[in-house]
Design a binder for this molecule. Structure first.
Ligand code: HEC
Length: 239
């Protein structure tokens, strides 16, 4: 064991450290997936092997120490190291294989269309209920009664019943939910709930109830006003 193997090990370690810790910190880039890092490491190792075996001389310098190490020259510490490698390597491969094939309790990643287009009859509807403080207050009351168990008393999607739903109840204080939607869109979503979602973007598995069976339209419009007011958002308009 000597010089020839030290450089490749340092090189591989350096590539790993750069990909893992330096690249994600470059402005505008994201952490690399571990599968990609693994691929780059394999390519680096392949390059090293090719480079190390280019000529007969470098081949001996490259494989010689590995071969001598594995075929049992030397005693004492070297022998212990050999047994450690022979034991650890199969264990590592076994652990890796187990890790990649064992069933996991993580939900599978799903692409879903968060905001599918509403049916035509809902587009452009405007809220027929006047925006008076009384109506907004009443809407908030309905919200507290019907919606807050899932969408949260703070409109943050963290109600007491929210845990365990996937997709999670929408967080109305997040600017990517109701702030980018029109009131007519909310009216549709609240009326029809998860079961009313179009086929596009399936599977939905949304726990959002279909409120048209319980709440009159007027209440829904009031809830929409209370929801925007409470979440400190305003509906999207085309002006
Ligand atoms: C049983 C839990 C539950 C209750 C109760 C509930 N929701 Fe939901 N809601 C959800 C879930 C889960 C989603 C996310 C999936 C989806 O978009 O259907 C959602 C989504 C929504 C969306 C869509 C937001 C977006 O960005 O597209 C609106 C609007 C909404 N809910 C309003 C309400 C209102 C108003 C009430 C009360 C009348 C209510 N919800 C009650 C579970 C619930």
């Amino acid at each position: 064991m000597g010089g020839p193997l030290v450089k490749p090990v340092i090189l591989i370690a350096a590539v790993y450290l750069i990909l893992k810790f330096v690249v994600p910190n470059i402005p505008g880039s994201a952490p690399l997936p571990s599968s990609l890092i693994f691929l780059y490491l394999i390519l680096t190792a392949t390059g090293i092997v090719i480079f190390g075996t280019l000529s007969g001389e470098s081949k001996e310098a490259f494989w010689g120490p590995i071969q001598r190490f594995l075929t049992g020259e030397g005693i004492g510490a070297l022998q212990a190291a050999r047994y450690a490698v022979l034991l650890l390597f199969p264990l590592l491969v076994g652990w890796q294989t187990f890790g990649s094939t064992a069933p996991s309790d993580q939900p599978p990643a799903e692409n879903r269309t968060i905001h599918p287009a509403p049916p035509g009859e809902y587009t452009g509807l405007s809220n027929p209920v006047p925006k008076t403080p009384e109506n907004i207050m009443q809407g908030k009351g309905f919200y507290a009664a019907f919606c807050s168990p899932c969408h949260g008393g703070n409109f943050d999607g963290k109600g007491p019943a929210a845990r365990g739903f996937n997709p999670p109840p929408a967080n109305f204080s997040d600017p990517t939910t109701i702030a980018m939607l029109q009131e007519s869109y909310l009216f549709w979503r609240i009326k029809k709930g998860g079961v009313g979602l179009p086929i596009e973007g399936m599977p939905w598995k949304s726990a959002m109830p279909r409120w048209e069976v319980e709440l009159p339209d007027e209440w829904i419009w009031k809830i929409i006003m209370g929801e925007y007011d409470g979440a400190h958002q305003s509906p999207r308009t085309w002006e």
